[in-house]
Ligand binder design. Structure first.
Ligand code: UDP
Length: 240
């Protein structure tokens, strides 16, 4: 729709964003609020894809630190992202949204396999499309899955929701004089050694000139405001 600055976006949520005040799992109130935000943005005309992490359930690196085989741990992490994706699909559908989960690992009794052309078709038809299981391989994260899928579907923007309201020159929790950037180039991020996404995900975004916006999703209505062109959080792109 004409008043939107972005037509097709991919929103990356961490698994931890679903936990609320708990230290594990999914808080129905929190996932409901996130689903409301997504539905509001969809109703305004945006085509929305989602990637949700699995850190509220399992991360391979954490399991490996406890003695588990890393590849098995990563497979458990990928399955955790499928669980989160199914929960989000349910929350969206309960609110009248149309949603599809597509997984990078074959688990098609519970969701569709990821097929790029089919994913684009879902988006064109207005279905909120949730990409689960990251890139489908161990030793990657869902940040990489988000960057990869955003590029594959031709997203205008990759939105990364975090607990912090953008990218700062130093940790704002430790330094009261930390300064938030409104925008950065990919080269700024590298030269200042800023933490935006994991290295593989960032390299993918930079090589494909995919703009990223890092923002705090806790304020109601923020997703739609960004889609309408408000400069919220920090934009990272090829030119400042
Ligand atoms: N994972 C993986 N390959 C992928 C994506 C995810 O092996 O392409 C595994 C990995 O163990 C990861 C876990 O799934 O730690 C959960 O994803 P992530 O850590 O990205 O979740 P988030 O931190 O966003 O909640």
């Amino acid at each position: 729709m004409s008043q939107l600055a972005c037509r097709r976006v991919l929103l990356k949520l961490s698994g931890e964003a679903l936990m609320g005040d708990e230290d594990y799992g999914i808080d129905p109130k929190i996932i409901g609020r996130l689903a409301d935000e997504v539905i509001e943005a969809r109703a305004a005309g945006a085509e929305i894809a989602l990637v949700i992490g699995g850190g509220n359930i399992f991360r391979g690196a954490g399991l490996a630190a406890g003695g588990m085989d890393r590849v098995t741990g990563d497979q458990m992490g990928m399955l955790a992202t499928v669980i989160n994706a199914l929960a989000m699909q349910d929350a969206l559908e309960k609110r009248g949204g149309r949603a599809r989960v597509m997984s990078a690992i074959k688990i098609n009794d519970v969701c569709e396999d990821y097929i790029r052309r089919r994913a684009i078709r879902h988006l064109e038809k207005g279905r909120i499309t949730i990409f689960a299981a990251g890139v489908g391989a161990p030793f990657f994260t869902t940040d990489s899955g988000a960057a990869l899928r955003a590029i594959e579907i031709g997203a205008d923007l990759l939105l990364k929701a975090t607990k912090v309201d953008g990218v700062y020159d130093k940790d704002p929790k430790k330094h009261s004089d930390a300064v938030r950037f409104d925008s950065l180039t990919y080269d700024d991020v590298i030269s200042r050694d800023l933490q935006v996404m994991d290295t593989a995900a960032f390299a993918l975004a930079r090589d494909s000139d995919l703009p990223l916006r890092i923002f705090d999703m806790s304020q109601p209505g923020v997703l739609l405001r960004i889609l309408r062109g408000e400069n919220i959080g920090t934009l990272v792109r090829g030119r400042g």
